[in-house]
Design a protein around this ligand. Structure first.
Ligand code: 7RM
Length: 632
């Protein structure tokens, strides 16, 4: 529909060159395939110092007219959202484009009835049910700014986020199903609202039938409100650069950052990247297992697929319920063609053994994807062989909440893949590596800090309410460049391999040590599976190096293994980087998207394990208990 996909490596190279030579012309061509109420005055206006970036300024549009209305004639009866319940016995729900359009218009009227106006901030704290997508799109339709908070966060995280954005409406549910648990979302919301006075109305979806309190005048039921509205809603006409949403991302320290994305650029880039990376073809069934509470869900469950007229699946549950075969069962039953998940899910399902995989027919799979963290070689091969049967190219997609869309990735089956490499930047994405002296590195086979030197349409525009922090965090480290915070290696063929966060730096005896560098040195040991390094206060060195190490099999002699590990570190990084303490653990504290929560490890390592802060997003809290007990 919107222009042609890139179909081979030569195409990619041509398209990339075009995008660099004249980025404005390149993106303008893409923009022409969307529905605009008024065309833009100027394609791009930018300054990376302030920083200030505007794409398609002066243009007027509504992103939901592009996600929904323009598909009604051509694919009104096609399934837009295919929803799978947590409980395998509960019926799946298919929602066509026509139905989704009607639901979104109706709920936009509910929002209006409850006082919502263009520009208001609306907090959404919901389980993975279709109404979550409907709530998101209804905000976009009325021109309100959605701020989705992942339904695994605590009441304190929720109230902090509501207060930061000064939201006047909270949309939640009585509860949410997750595996064999019921999460009491309304009662958590009640606690949050005690400390969030800006909330005037709370709209509650009935999902679990959990008994809850409804506060008169403030709380209303979603289904009752719907009875009072009709299903016509003229989309609010937005400027290209009006904010579309805020999404909080926790930095390594300090309070969460409310990353702000705007309408037009985000729309154009999520559609473009979705189609090209996954090589989406008309009729494909596409499934991304992320939660809509993360950027992956925003861009590649909701907006990218719907803009492309795809059928996007939404799964309420978890990979291991009722057993570790759930993903593969869902793929078989729904004949999924494109499957996108996180390396952490792949590793944990690999560990459960093939008995959970072999019963299922996975032959519908054409494309596999990963996102969220580096994928290790072993997991890559398992995914490739056992899930894709060697027939489904894997796209390793590197990007961030701040980038809005996929930045570095192979294009499925079209550009070369290389295990553990995100490979090459997408057209329009001008990445570069920076050395210790802040200079751009102009040759291959080197490692450096990953930056972007030219704007792309879906980049974040600011941190809500704190533009200074936006500038400081991303645009002040290197002049005229967006700094990603990640380290990266470019090999002899120009392929990119993300090595990890570089802001996790330790100063030991006055030397800067990158934790990623030490970790990968330790990982070279044949008995080491995964490592996390943190610093802890050390009277002589300022910081000591504390290593948490997962082994493949228990060491017969832990002391000699510690010695071997430190010999490796000395050899690869240097004696200064040797770990002062090495603790063997069976797991690391991770978020559901697979990111190591170093904050927690730092606390434990420095002997402050009573006060770990918010641990509500931890995938497996028992890991923390074990680590606390074994502290060195
Ligand atoms: C989409 C998302 C961003 C951080 C990023 C990296 C890490 C993400 C990959 C990856 C290696 C990948 N947004 N990361 N994808 N590292 N290979 N394919 O995850 O804002 O939550 O996180 O995640 O460190 O900076 S995020």
């Amino acid at each position: 529909m919107q222009g042609n996909r890139i179909k081979n490596f030569a195409d990619y190279k041509k398209e990339y060159q075009k995008s660099i030579k004249n980025p404005e012309l390149f993106w303008e061509k893409k923009a022409e395939n969307f529905f605009w109420r008024k065309k833009w005055d100027i394609v791009l206006d930018w300054d990376f110092v302030t920083p200030d970036v505007k794409w398609f300024d002066g243009g007027k549009l509504n992103i939901t007219e592009n996600c929904l209305d323009r598909h009604l004639e051509t694919r009104g009866d096609q399934v837009a959202i295919k929803w799978i319940a947590n409980n395998p016995d509960e019926k799946a729900r298919d929602i066509t484009y026509k139905e989704l359009h009607l639901n979104v218009c109706s709920f936009a009227n509910v929002l209006k009835r409850n006082g919502v106006k263009k520009g208001d901030r609306i907090c959404i704290y919901m389980p993975m049910v279709p109404e979550l997508a409907i709530a998101v799109l209804s905000c976009a339709r009325i021109g309100a700014i959605h701020s989705v908070v992942f339904a695994g966060f605590s009441s304190k995280s929720l109230s902090d986020r509501i207060n930061d954005a000064d939201c006047n409406i909270l949309i939640t549910a009585d509860g949410g199903f997750r595996g064999d648990k019921v999460i009491p979302l309304k009662s958590i919301s009640d606690d949050a609202m005690k400390n969030a006075p800006s909330i005037e109305k709370c709209i509650v979806l009935k999902r679990t039938n959990t008994s809850i309190n409804m506060m008169n005048g403030r709380d209303v039921w979603w289904h009752e409100e719907l009875e009072n509205v009709d299903s016509n809603f003229d989309a609010e006409i937005m400027n290209s650069e009006d904010p579309l949403f805020i999404l909080y991302t926790s930095g390594s320290t300090g309070k969460p950052k409310g990353i702000v994305h705007t309408n037009a650029g985000y729309m154009i880039y999520t559609e473009y990247s979705f189609k090209n990376v996954f090589q989406y073809e008309e009729g494909d069934i596409y499934w991304c297992t992320a939660d809509i509470g993360w950027i992956t869900g925003h861009s590649y469950i909701v907006y990218g697929p719907l803009l492309s007229g795809a059928t996007t699946m939404m799964f309420e549950g978890i990979p291991t319920y009722p057993d570790a075969g759930r993903f593969w069962k869902i793929i078989e039953e729904n004949k999924v063609n494109i499957f996108y998940t996180a390396p952490t899910a792949i590793r944990s399902l690999e560990a459960k053994g093939l008995d959970f995989v072999t019963p299922y027919d996975l032959s519908s799979l054409k494309v596999l994807g990963t996102v969220g963290e580096p994928i290790n070689e072993d997991a890559w091969h398992w995914y490739n062989q056992e899930i894709g049967k060697g027939n489904a190219p894997i796209v390793d997609t590197w990007w961030q909440t701040e980038t809005g869309g996929i930045m570095i990735s192979n294009l499925a089956g079209v550009t070369p893949a290389k295990p553990t490499f995100a490979t090459l930047p997408l057209p329009g994405i001008q990445t570069c590596l920076i050395d210790e002296n802040g200079q751009e590195i102009l040759k291959n086979s080197v490692e450096g800090k990953l930056c972007v030197k030219f704007p792309w349409p879906s980049m974040a525009r600011t941190i809500y309410g704190d533009h200074n922090r936006f500038r400081e965090t991303y645009f002040s480290k290197f002049k005229n460049k967006y700094f990603t915070g990640d380290g990266c290696l470019i090999d002899e063929d120009g392929m990119y391999r993300i090595t990890g966060r570089v802001d996790d730096v330790l100063v030991v005896s006055g030397h800067n040590l990158g934790t990623a560098e030490i970790e990968s040195a330790i990982d070279e040991h044949e008995n080491v599976c995964e490592t996390a390094i943190v610093g802890y206060p050390h009277t002589i060195k300022g910081n000591g190096v504390y290593a948490f190490v997962i082994c493949h099999h228990q060491a017969d002699d832990e002391e000699s293994l510690r010695k071997e590990i430190n010999e490796l570190v000395s050899k690869i990084v240097g004696p200064i980087a040797k770990a002062d303490k090495i603790q063997f653990v069976s797991g690391l504290p991770k978020t559901r998207s697979g990111k190591i929560m170093r904050r927690i490890l730092r606390k434990i390592a420095s002997g402050d394990s009573e006060n770990l802060g918010d641990t509500s997003t931890l995938l497996d809290p028992s890991v923390v208990k074990e680590i606390k007990c074994g502290v060195q």
